[in-house]
Design a protein around this ligand. Structure first.
Ligand SMILES: O=P(O)(O)OC[C@H]1O[C@](O)(COP(=O)(O)O)[C@@H](O)[C@@H]1O
Length: 326
């Protein structure tokens, strides 16, 4: 991975030893959620992940503040927006969490349910309200702006194919399988693109579009949760690639909610480094077996977890398999 000039020129703002502490946090959430795998109860799985993540976060040496979490203080008892987390004896950082991304995937024991956390310098993560976001993402190595949210899907896949030097029918797009994407899916198929439909989990979907050599996916397109968009951008700051996101603020109530969170331009298109800026850490642990990570595995005496942890400043990506004694 190549370092961007702006990354090499600045000092690392977050102590690197925190990366391993984050791994413990997402591991704890995954171990808790895995006990609810395949049991058809999304809420219980999510609650278990939230509680475990919150408890383990108390051991991390930070003055943390949740900017993306389980909702507003009145709707979430733990990991609510604005909650102070961490041991209180380290740097001031902002935290975005999705304690269980793909609650339905976990409840049905389907691929790519993961526990996710990102950490950035204060003010480094967009305080996104819980609304939908239009998203587009591609891997590294393309000129800036080769795809753009304001262009049609057809124009984007043609531009991407040209930049890759392949015919459009060799491009694969990842799209969330939702009725709202019917026209998008039609347009992509008419253009000749192969579509990988996913039932949930667009953080993994976006990371897959950057890991093209491993996944065969060239581009992610469509709308999904805005909080998930910020978390995906945090990952892309570490692994490269391009992403754009635009909040869907289509009612007065949503625009007012966004304004309360400091978003003054409801039509703004955000680049990756505007969704997650400065020094950023990202960690995700697999709950169910997936393309991104293996899920929690129960052995006779040990339980195994798989985690990816990355950092934007060094662009280091670590894959950590841990054996936890029972
Ligand atoms: O299911 P919707 O309303 O289309 O929302 C899409 C969002 O739901 C997810 O698929 C799963 O979210 P949950 O884990 O909250 O169920 C996200 O990855 C995605 O951003």
């Amino acid at each position: 991975m190549k370092l961007g000039k702006s990354d090499t020129d600045r000092q690392a703002a977050i102590d690197r030893s925190l990366t391993l502490e984050l791994v413990r946090v997402t591991e704890a959430a995954a171990l808790a959620a895995a006990t609810w795998r395949g049991k058809g109860d999304e809420k219980a799985a999510d609650a278990a992940a939230v509680e475990a993540m919150r408890a383990e976060m108390g051991n991390v040496h930070i003055h943390g503040r949740i900017v993306i979490g389980e909702g507003e203080r009145d709707e979430a008892p733990m990991l609510f927006i604005g909650e102070e987390v961490g041991a209180g004896d380290g740097p001031e950082v902002d935290i975005a969490v999705d304690p269980l991304e793909g609650t339905t995937l976990c409840a049905k024991n389907q691929p790519d349910s993961i526990c996710v956390l990102a950490m950035a310098e204060r003010g480094g993560l967009l305080n996104a309200p819980d609304v939908y976001m239009h998203k587009i993402a591609i891997g590294a190595g393309y000129p800036a702006g080769v795809v753009d949210l304001d262009a049609s899907a057809t124009v984007n896949v043609k531009a991407l194919a040209k930049a890759k030097g392949v015919p459009v029918n060799e491009i694969t797009a990842c799209v969330l399988d939702r009725p709202r994407h019917a026209a998008l899916i039609d347009d992509l198929r008419t253009a000749g693109v192969a579509i990988k439909l996913i039932s949930d989990g667009d953080i993994a979907g976006i990371i897959h579009a950057v890991n093209t050599e491993d996944t065969g996916i060239d581009i992610y397109l469509g709308s999904g949760g805005a909080p998930e968009g910020v978390l995906a951008a945090a990952a892309l700051r570490c692994i490269g690639g391009q992403m754009q996101g635009k909040l869907i603020l289509d009612t007065d109530e949503k625009r007012a909610r966004a304004l309360k969170m400091g978003i003054t331009d409801p039509n703004r298109k955000y680049r990756t480094d505007e969704l997650a800026s400065g020094d950023v850490l990202f960690a995700a642990t697999g709950v169910t077996d997936g393309t991104l990570l293996s899920g929690v595995r129960y052995g006779k005496n040990t339980v195994r977890t798989n985690t990816v942890v990355m950092r934007s400043w060094s662009q280091t990506v670590r894959w950590i398999t841990a054996e936890h004694h029972r």
